[in-house]
Design a protein around this ligand. Structure first.
Ligand SMILES: [Zn+2]
Length: 257
């Protein structure tokens, strides 16, 4: 979304921001990563997705429900991708401090409810600690939302496993959102099992899955884990639409609590 919208906090003057926080106490922070996504997707993929989902949701809600979308946090926790060029990682501690400092700043201006739109699984652990701290220390109501989790049912019926990284699922969704996709560079790599029979690459472990601390190179040489050649922006659009719909419904309820 390239147009300037009234919920884009970074595009507002301080006077406009003051006026917005007089009308809303909900802030949305998009959070992604800068990390390898195989040969067909760019390094900024998770960040791009986080920002687009945040904008689509805020746009759908406006003007009935106003929210303030902060500038994107474009770095995340990606040590497992560091062997691949261009990846930049934060330490967990840095990420936690970053989220806490942004959240604390927002409370000073009137935010009472914080929604983090996270598009990178590697951020999840540190994000939950940061949100716990903001809840306990600042009294903020906090939640982290990840699009693949809230659409798990649809993702599983739409895309072939493994659902993991730069795969059919992620490439399709990125494509639908308008990401740069190098179509003829897409590859299929089902992913090795670092401990054969026990460790499967999946965002949705439905069977016992014993996962040691891993590096992406344990699973793949190309950086893709999944079947990127099966990606289809039409399938991706279905998931985007449903994710936006479900997040919008959720925030409509959050306003009332
Ligand atoms: Zn990703």
């Amino acid at each position: 979304m390239s147009d300037v919208k009234p919920f884009m906090l970074g595009k507002l003057t301080w006077q406009e921001a003051k006026a917005l926080f007089e009308e809303t106490d909900i802030a949305i922070i998009p959070v992604g990563s800068q990390e390898q996504h195989g040969p067909a997707l760019p390094l900024d993929n998770d960040s791009f997705q986080a920002q687009e989902f945040a904008y689509l949701v805020a746009d759908k809600l406006w003007p009935n429900i106003k929210t303030a979308v902060t500038p994107l946090i474009s770095y995340g926790v990606s040590p497992h991708h560091m062997p691949f060029s261009g990846t930049i990682t934060l330490r967990h501690e840095t990420f936690i401090d970053l989220i806490v400092d942004v959240g604390k700043s927002l409370t000073k201006h009137g935010a009472k409810k914080l929604i983090v739109m996270n598009s990178h699984g590697g951020n999840t652990a540190a994000l939950s600690i940061a949100l716990r701290k903001l809840h306990d220390e600042e009294g903020l109501w906090c939640v982290g939302i990840e699009w693949w989790k809230i659409t798990e049912d649809l993702v599983k019926e739409t895309f072939d496993p493994p659902h993991f990284h730069a795969d059919e699922m992620e490439t399709s969704v990125a494509w639908a959102l308008g990401q740069r996709v190098l179509e003829d560079k897409r590859v299929d790599e089902p992913g090795r099992e670092p401990v054969p029979g026990f460790t499967k690459a999946t965002m949705f472990p439905s069977q016992p899955n014993i996962m040691p601390v891993w590096d992406t190179t344990d699973f793949t040489d190309s950086g893709t884990i999944g079947y990127a050649t099966r990606a289809d922006p039409k399938k991706g659009q279905k998931v985007v639409d449903e994710a936006v719909k479900r997040i919008v419904s959720f925030i409509e309820k959050v306003v009332e609590i």
